[in-house]
Write a protein that binds this ligand. Structure first.
Ligand SMILES: [Zn+2]
Length: 318
């Protein structure tokens, strides 16, 4: 499934003032291992003068750079983003990574959906890593905003930036909260977005690690809940899973923001992976064999108005 020759997309997301541009500048300046291109969609007063500020490892002006100053890549400028990706892949076939800096108000779920849809259409690039930057010192206030929570929920790597402006106790509290709404995300701490950049280029999809948990968990923070289910599903086929998950995402009163799973499907030789964002999802075979003849499926759901009972009812109904 994972075509390693594909150009990889790294998405930088984070609220206004979280340090995305600083991180981008830092990455370009210190990295010298990869062929990188950048797509930037940031509205700021400095618009148009951002580009010359980007310098590579040799101190030269970084030129594989595409600015999308008009419109937001999660809505009005979606098409422009896809065109920019196509452009780099065609004109610069050596490019290994395209880093997209989204603007601070963009909804990552909409970007993920767009990139998924095009992956299905054989876009020669795949979304590899989503980095979520968090201005730690403003966490409490920003947490009230839905868009801020979404930027956290979808990240593979969570960068707790502005550590210098926080008390240690606050950081511990933030970490606790993050573990609930994004148990999958790997946490990194930084001051001026300076981190070991290999952690970004070599970020592993930690997807399957979370499924090592054994028991059912329900945790809630703010109005976002996390449910982790370990459920015996010996009689559900792949096709039936499609119907059940669709039902969860489309028909019920639940507001699911993120769903992941490792599914046991009747009559199949391997486990299936479930990935979903809001109203879209896919169920695809993995190369994981079924362990010890067990028919256990593991599902992680993050969203609002979700209860274990509702979810179980859908899964176990006929
Ligand atoms: Zn938008």
């Amino acid at each position: 499934m994972n075509n390693t020759n594909k150009c990889k997309i790294i998405l930088l997301t984070g609220y206004l003032g979280s340090g995305k541009t600083t991180l981008l500048q830092y990455i370009l300046k210190v990295q010298n291992l990869y062929q990188v291109a950048v797509i930037q969609n940031e509205f700021s007063d400095e618009m148009g003068i951002e580009a010359p500020l980007m310098v590579d490892n040799n101190g030269d002006i970084f030129d594989s750079f595409f600015e999308l100053p008009n419109g937001c890549i999660c809505c009005s400028a979606k098409g422009q983003m896809m065109t920019a990706i196509q452009y780099f892949i065609e004109k610069k076939p050596n490019i290994q990574f395209i880093i997209i800096e989204s603007n601070g108000l963009a909804d990552p779920s909409s970007l993920i959906k767009e990139l998924w849809a095009d992956q299905g259409l054989n876009l020669p690039a795949e979304l590899a890593t989503i980095v979520g930057l968090i201005p730690s010192h403003k966490f409490k206030t920003l947490y009230e905003l839905e868009i801020f929570r979404k930027q956290i929920i979808h990240a593979d790597l969570l960068l707790l930036n502005f550590q210098d402006l926080c008390q240690e106790d606050d950081i511990i509290l933030i970490e606790k909260q993050l573990k609930i709404i994004n148990p999958n995300g790997k946490l990194l701490k930084s001051v001026r977005a300076q981190i070991d950049i290999q952690s970004i280029f070599e970020a592993e999809k930690a997807d399957n690690k979370i499924f090592d948990q054994e028991h059912i968990h329900f945790e809630e923070v703010g109005n976002i809940a996390k449910i982790f289910l370990n459920i015996d599903t010996p009689n559900i086929t792949q096709q039936e899973w499609n119907i059940k998950i669709g039902q969860m995402l489309w028909e019920e009163d639940l507001k699911i923001m993120r769903i992941k799973g490792l599914l046991f499907c009747k009559d199949e030789q391997v486990m299936y992976s479930l990935q979903g964002v809001e109203d879209i999802f896919e169920i695809t075979p993995t190369n994981l064999p079924i362990s010890n003849q067990q028919s256990i499926s593991k599902i992680l759901i993050i969203g609002q108005k979700i209860t274990e009972e509702l979810i179980k009812n859908i899964i176990l109904s006929h």
